[in-house]
Design a protein around this ligand. Structure first.
Ligand code: ZN
Length: 490
């Protein structure tokens, strides 16, 4: 970054709630928005004497995600207790994975201003979520309540290498994770509902006058819950560290790592405390759960279920349909069923460019207006392809074609029927058009005289008369051609 006297170094810890029906170690529902504490049982509230049992569906989703993130999968993995006290954690420990996570050493490619960049992933592990504190901030109340519905929900933690170099790259990385995990139906990644959360480890490398680089202590900014918050918090924190470095000259090693919160309203990070190290949590192996073994067959099965991932899809769609990177991105962001719909329209219409225009404009607009998914879209791929073919065959103008599209949505007619119903049949019959042109020439003597004197624009008046006569349905290029022909010979 030539305009900045420092480099920002960012590693992200992303927490993603898995889309399972039930929790990680008990049968309670994971549904969002249930009445507080209604989805709880002795296991997830940590009563003595209960035994957790791993939810295999959660583990399979976690495997899917890790494979898609190009991770190595451990054939043997175990659970550990991470001990800490907090009111939303009634057991006083969280079941997590410490020294033997189920996957490690992966990567994810992101798009940056300078091209593609591979971001390393240190590890992906599975753990249970804690509950939620509800602070009474309205009406001057001073109490906090605890909702344990979320306690025990399966959570995937994805820890990146410190490979990200700007707030924009951090956002791109998060967006790519969201796209990937949504496509795989591993998580809905709804940041507003807390199913995708992010902590950012930020520090800066300052170039010294002597050519050496000084690094500031890492600050972990916790609980960023929107893309905008991630970008703003990182930008603010990097600048804050630079200002502090200028003031005090503090370097790595002289100050311990710290944890910070993000104040969205004021747009500032607030340093809270020295960061805990792993040793502070007194991890030890969870005695109530058996370790998990993953066989090669199982792994092959999960791998086969991944289907085409967004990175591969981008390359293929650009190549097969000659679309721009931007076009393809719009398609892919809508998810696999939408891409499949586009591909079918393109194939049936024999025109990918037009199919892309219709699908990403009119179809997408209709879906958004009616809050529908592509699965419930009233027009089949064949119906839309039929409209595209009709337009290319008849030369119907765009305005009229949109009206036909609206009619098809309304009545379920085919493109051909809708064109008839609306009286939009294009007149392309040459002898009929020639008759109309001759009549218009006879009725516009002055325009003809002007044209002969060299005022070529005068021909537009005659053409206009033909278009009026046919309510705009005459094929324009053909009228133009016949008109010039007739004028030359008149
Ligand atoms: Zn439970």
């Amino acid at each position: 970054m030539p305009d900045q006297p420092y480099h920002t170094v960012i590693g992200l810890e992303v927490h993603v709630q898995l889309l399972t029906r039930t929790k990680l170690f008990c049968g309670c529902s994971t549904q969002f928005g249930l009445p507080p504490n209604s989805a709880t049982c002795p296991i997830c509230t940590g009563l003595p004497g209960v035994l957790p049992v791993m939810n295999r569906a959660a583990f399979d989703l976690a495997l899917k995600a890790a494979l898609a993130l190009n991770c190595q999968i451990a054939s043997f993995t175990k659970w550990d207790r991470k001990n800490y006290f907090y009111p939303d954690l009634p057991k006083n420990y969280q079941i997590s994975q410490y020294d033997l996570p189920f996957s490690h050493d992966g990567w994810l490619e992101i798009e940056t201003g300078e091209g593609k960049k591979r971001i390393g992933i240190i590890r992906v592990h599975l753990e249970e979520d804690a509950g939620k504190m509800l602070h009474d901030e309205q009406g001057g109340g001073r109490e906090s309540l605890v909702d344990l519905n979320r306690t025990g929900t399966p959570l995937l933690e994805i820890v990146s290498q410190p490979d990200l170099r700007s707030p924009e790259q951090a956002k791109a990385y998060l967006e790519e994770i969201r796209l990937l995990l949504r496509e795989l139906e591993v998580s809905d990644c709804e940041m507003q509902e807390g199913s995708l959360r992010c902590d950012a480890n930020v520090n800066i490398h300052v170039l010294q006058p002597d050519g050496a680089t000084a690094a500031t202590p890492i600050v972990e900014v916790k609980n960023l819950n929107s893309f905008r918050a991630v970008e703003r918090a990182i930008r603010y924190e990097a600048k804050r560290q630079y200002d502090e470095f200028q003031r005090t000259g503090q370097r790595m090693g002289e100050v311990s790592k710290a944890t910070a919160g993000w104040d969205e309203d004021r747009g500032v990070t607030i340093i809270q405390r020295r960061k805990e190290e792993a040793a502070d949590y007194r991890y030890f192996p969870e005695p109530d759960l058996v370790p998990v073994r993953v066989s090669a067959e199982e792994l092959a099965q999960v791998r086969a279920s991944l289907g085409e991932l967004p990175a591969a899809q981008r390359v293929r769609l650009q190549q097969d349909y000659a679309l721009t990177a931007k076009d393809v991105d719009v398609l892919i962001q809508q998810g696999r069923p939408f891409v499949a719909y586009f591909e079918e329209v393109a194939r049936r219409a024999g025109d990918a460019k037009e199919a892309n225009n219709w699908v990403t404009n009119e179809v997408l607009r209709t879906l958004n207006e009616r809050k529908l998914s592509i699965k419930d879209f009233p027009l089949s791929a064949e119906a839309l392809a039929g409209l595209i073919r009709q337009r290319s065959q008849t030369g119907l103008n765009m305005q009229r074609t949109r009206e036909v599209f609206a009619r098809m949505l309304e009545t379920g007619s085919s493109a051909e029927q809708a064109i008839k119903e609306l009286g939009f049949e294009v007149i392309a019959d040459e002898s009929r058009l020639r008759d109309l042109v001759r009549k218009a020439i006879a009725a516009n003597a002055k325009a003809v005289a002007d044209f002969k004197k060299g005022k070529l624009k005068a021909a537009d008046a005659i053409k206009g008369a033909v278009m009026r006569e046919t309510r705009g349905m005459a094929r324009t290029e053909l009228v133009q051609q016949i008109l010039l022909d007739e004028l030359k010979n008149s």
